[in-house]
Design a binder for this molecule. Structure first.
Ligand SMILES: [Zn+2]
Length: 97
């Protein structure tokens, strides 16, 4: 597990907190990026608001977040569905890592 990464339980999903400097090489501009991943039916829904994801395309945070999620949950899935929406931590969420 990379340093600085934490994981929170949010209902049936997980929120992965990625330090943005692991993603945007050499830039510390964005602080942390929160990526929420939840399995619904056979698909993984990946939600985050990203300065790198402008056109609904995949960005460089999706893969590391997915790797962490799959390492944590050992889930199998068919498709990944990306949603651009702000993810927020709440005090009621349990920190797993
Ligand atoms: Zn992103």
């Amino acid at each position: 597990m990379s340093e600085g990464i934490s994981i929170y339980q949010d209902g049936s999903g997980l929120i992965i907190v990625l330090p943005s400097f692991t993603i945007i090489h050499g830039h510390h501009t964005f602080g942390h990026i929160l990526v929420r991943i939840e399995k619904l039916a056979d698909d993984l829904f990946v939600t985050h608001e990203c300065p790198l994801m402008q056109r609904g395309d995949s960005c460089d945070c999706v893969k590391p977040a997915l790797d962490i999620y799959l390492h944590q949950t050992q889930e199998a899935y068919e498709d990944v569905i990306l949603e651009q929406r702000k993810v927020k931590l709440k005090p009621t969420m349990t920190q797993l890592i």
